[in-house]
Write a protein that binds this ligand. Structure first.
Ligand code: ADP
Ligand code: MG
Length: 311
């Protein structure tokens, strides 16, 4: 039989907007000593906005955005939403007449998207033309045999070093330019992470984004530089959890994305943001309806309190 204390604990959790899959979850929560935190959508709002668009060799920036937006239409990644919104804004400002139409869509978690796109007839003063579009992190494009010139590489590396998320675009196998995006840290994140540390927990940042962005965010929320794991692909997130477990850590993983789901399942305790993707929520033991890291500390405090009451 389930101890009544655990049932009371899950009920108290629900009142706090902390949805606990089952009473036994609280027992696992108590022993957690390491908290892995995804960056985008977990520590940050995950609502990115386009800060600048750079086109290589005099290409049209508007067309670059239009092509990227068409390719991203099928993606639920926050980067995709930002690009689609940016294209819509350009359109309402009258800067962009027609949008290309995506014909195929393929997404690679932690990398980017690939799409065959039909460009508007007006662009060619004739018939619409199909082109292959790749949008994603520069490394993802390089893996698909896209070559960046020295100046191009320097240009986006500089943007990354400033702490921006850079998404590159290639059309027909040629690099066309890149889009820089910015996210904002949730106002509650720094205080919540301080609380986790005060509770004796070790916060670790785990992200698919680049190192410079990751370190900047970590510094702002009080995560030690040696506890920052950047450029981590979805498989890498699972590996990171396993490695820490092999070292004897009891790991809670907090995430929101499709790319976090395997790691959420592997962790001793999986915690999903309520605003997260369905796959993340399904893989998790706990869902935070308030979407705040403050609730991670609350959930752990709740389990500690519940179990000490039972004893
Ligand atoms: P995080 O761990 O911060 O949530 P992800 O693993 O989702 O990040 O993504 C890692 C990187 O992969 C992103 O920073 C971006 O460069 C690239 N990426 C992922 N999905 C997309 C997409 N739909 N469009 C463009 N780039 C993407
Ligand atoms: Mg995320």
């Amino acid at each position: 039989a389930t101890p009544i204390g655990l049932l009371v604990g899950t009920g108290r959790g629900a009142q706090l907007g902390i949805l606990i899959r089952g009473p036994e979850v609280l027992e696992d929560t108590r022993t957690v000593n390491t908290v892995l935190l995804d960056k985008t959508g977990t520590i940050t709002e995950g609502k990115l906005s386009v800060s600048s668009v750079t086109a290589f060799g005099g290409a049209s920036r508007t067309k670059l955005v239009a092509l990227a937006a068409a390719a991203e239409q099928g993606s639920e990644h926050p980067i995709a939403k930002a690009i689609v919104d940016h294209a819509a804004a350009l359109r309402s400002e009258g800067k962009l007449e027609d949008l290309p139409t995506p014909q195929t869509f393929e997404s690679s978690a932690g990398g980017g998207v690939k799409s065959r796109v039909l460009t508007p007839a007006r662009w060619h003063s004739g018939t619409p033309t199909g082109v292959d579009v790749l949008v994603g992190r520069p490394l993802f494009l390089m893996q698909q045999s896209i070559i960046f010139g020295k100046d191009q590489l320097e240009s986006f590396t500089e943007a990354q070093e400033k702490g921006e998320t850079v998404v590159a675009l290639a059309v027909g196998g040629k690099a066309l330019g890149y889009i820089s995006l910015q996210d904002t840290i949730k106002p509650s994140s720094a205080a919540a992470i301080a609380e986790l540390k005060a509770m004796g927990l070790r916060p670790v940042l785990l992200t698919g984004d680049n190192k410079a962005v990751a370190e900047k965010v970590a510094a702002e929320v009080g995560i030690a530089p040696e506890d920052v794991f950047a450029d981590v692909l979805p498989e890498g997130k699972v590996e990171s959890v396993k490695n820490l477990q092999a070292q004897g850590s009891v790991v809670a993983m907090v995430g929101d994305g499709v790319n976090d789901a395997p790691a959420l399942a592997q962790a001793d305790l999986g915690i999903a943001m309520g605003s997260g993707t369905d796959v993340a929520i399904e893989a998790a033991d706990i869902t935070l309806m308030g979407n705040s890291l403050t609730q991670v500390a609350q959930a752990i405090a709740l389990s500690r309190k519940t179990l000490s009451t039972i004893k």
